[in-house]
Design a binder for this molecule. Structure first.
Ligand SMILES: *Cc1c(COP(=O)(O)O)cnc(C)c1O
Length: 306
């Protein structure tokens, strides 16, 4: 898969100087025109594992606007793997641009009502899917497994400056689990959940970290892992994909000033939160903060039909 280099870009605001911090944006959003930057990291070792297991089909889960579904469809096409997307909710026609694109990549779309979707990790449900679609390789919703964590550990390798904090938006917590495992002593990860009531993300990220260590065989070693990430739950703006005038105005002003595209579902909330935390002087004076821009700008009609 071909990806562009993702530059590190410094941004300036006078209140950064007042708080004594430097802020850089890691532009994973520039890696690809429509695959969210972090999605490739979460998929790469899963694809490799599917190939190792000689599976010709990947099955995964997501909502109708899921960047993970889109990325899996595109990556599956690229690697010659059949893909099946189990989509939460009913089919709506015409398909939205993201699902239309996934279908064009060859993904089979299978709709499941919310009640069944909730049971997606249940072995009976998975067996029924296997009866129907054959012996697929399963990637959990959002790429949330230890191989997703393993890929996410590589994100910070490409950051060529020393930094004290790295911030990202969180859906399943996989990206921050990988980042957490890859930090040096003294560095801290800041996660901004985009869902309401996302307190479950903390134990989930810890579970993912432990799954990774179990599979890599490092769980019994006296591991040096210190909990080095912190989640801030109050920047969801009402819930997933919810927004309000405050967030919209912030996004407009930010884009005008910095010429970096952001959107209300993920990155808008992330940048808003970090600005707010800087103003509250959460960050130590003299520190450097890297904000991970994972993209998530979706896909427009033109890309989906071209
Ligand atoms: C998928 C996605 C996330 C969520 O990442 P997790 O690893 O599930 O926490 C965050 N930001 C963007 C832009 C995404 O597309």
């Amino acid at each position: 898969m071909e990806f562009n280099h993702s530059p590190l870009q410094e941004i300036h605001e006078s209140f950064f100087d007042d708080a004594g911090v430097k802020v850089f944006v890691k532009r994973l959003d520039l890696m690809h025109p429509y695959i969210s930057g972090n999605k490739w990291f979460k998929l790469k070792y899963n694809i490799k594992e599917a190939k190792t297991q000689n599976k010709d089909t990947i099955l995964t889960f997501g909502g109708a606007y899921s960047n993970h579904i889109l990325a899996t469809a595109a990556v599956g096409k690229e690697y010659g793997l059949r893909t099946i997307g189990i989509i939460r909710g009913e089919q709506h026609l015409p398909l939205n641009p993201m699902l239309a694109f996934a279908k064009k990549c060859g993904m089979g779309l299978h709709y499941t009502d919310r009640k069944h979707y909730r049971k997606k990790e249940d072995s009976h449900f998975i067996q029924r899917l296997k009866n129907r679609y054959g012996n697929f390789y399963l990637i959990p919703e959002g790429g949330a497994n230890y191989l997703g964590v393993k890929g996410s550990m590589e994100i910070i390798k490409e950051i060529e400056i020393p930094f004290d904090y790295i911030a990202c938006d969180c859906g399943t917590g996989t990206t921050i689990a990988g980042i957490s495992l890859s930090l040096n002593n003294g560095q801290e990860a800041i996660g901004i959940p985009v869902l309401k009531g996302a307190e479950f993300l903390h134990p989930k990220a810890i579970d993912l970290i432990n799954d990774y260590k179990t599979f890599e065989g490092t769980i019994n070693e006296k591991s040096s892992y210190n909990e080095n990430f912190k989640l801030f739950y109050d920047y969801h703006f009402g819930g997933y994909a919810k927004s309000n005038a405050t967030l919209e105005i912030f996004i407009q002003e930010f884009q005008t000033k910095h010429k970096i595209p952001i959107e209300p579902v993920f990155s808008g909330k992330l940048f808003y939160a970090i600005y707010d935390l800087i103003k509250q002087e959460y960050f130590k004076r003299g520190s450097t903060i890297v904000i991970l821009h994972s993209g998530g700008l979706g896909i427009n009609q033109q890309q989906s039909t071209s």
